[in-house]
Design a protein around this ligand. Structure first.
Ligand code: FMN
Length: 159
């Protein structure tokens, strides 16, 4: 099944998750960075996976725009979504629900939450301040969830 993993990433976590997913899905899966290629063509793919980090409760604009602009074409395909972030799965789902066209979310073959990472060495000043503050919250999760990526891949392959 020809698969496109279209993602947005500010500091690299979502890119790393997209790459790990590509490795699990195999040679028929390709990657597209929507910041570099926002007009990526979805034709020719059977499955399109869209991934974004969550910032201030929202997925990134590049992912939002991609879903909206390609909504009609994506409705004809299999679609799946994943987010990266520190919060619990249901919180991220809430972000997607408000940001991605409802009809796309309703037909998603899988929706994943792959966890988040703190990468303060790369962060802009304002993000660094946020990260230093947020790291004190022990209820949040600060690593990529390898098991979640695997489960997401199995959900896609098992259908
Ligand atoms: C300023 C800022 C705001 C953030 N807001 C959220 C948030 O609302 N929810 C969440 O789950 N994670 C939040 N995060 C965590 C990021 O989603 C996490 O660091 C993620 O790994 C970033 O992915 P990226 O490296 O692909 O950009 C925030 C991080 C920063 C720096």
């Amino acid at each position: 099944m020809k698969t496109l993993i279209a993602y947005v990433s500010k500091y690299g976590t979502t890119r790393e998750c997209a790459t790990r997913l590509q490795e699990l899905l195999g040679p028929d899966a390709g990657l597209a960075d929507l910041n570099e290629a926002p007009k990526t063509d979805v034709s020719g793919y059977d499955l399109v996976v869209i991934g974004s980090p969550v910032y201030m409760g929202k997925i990134q604009k590049g992912a939002r725009n991609f879903c909206k602009k390609n909504c009609a074409r994506l409705l004809e395909k299999r679609v799946a979504f994943f987010v990266c972030g520190f919060s619990e799965k249901d919180q991220a789902m809430k972000c997607l629900a408000g940001q991605v066209p409802e009809e796309l979310l309703n037909k998603a073959a899988a929706i994943g939450h792959f966890g988040g990472e703190v990468r303060p060495e790369k962060a802009k000043f304002i993000d660094k301040v946020f990260l230093e503050k947020v790291q004190q919250d022990e209820t949040l999760h600060y690593e990529i969830d390898t098991a979640a990526i695997k489960a997401f891949c199995e959900a896609l392959s098992g259908e």
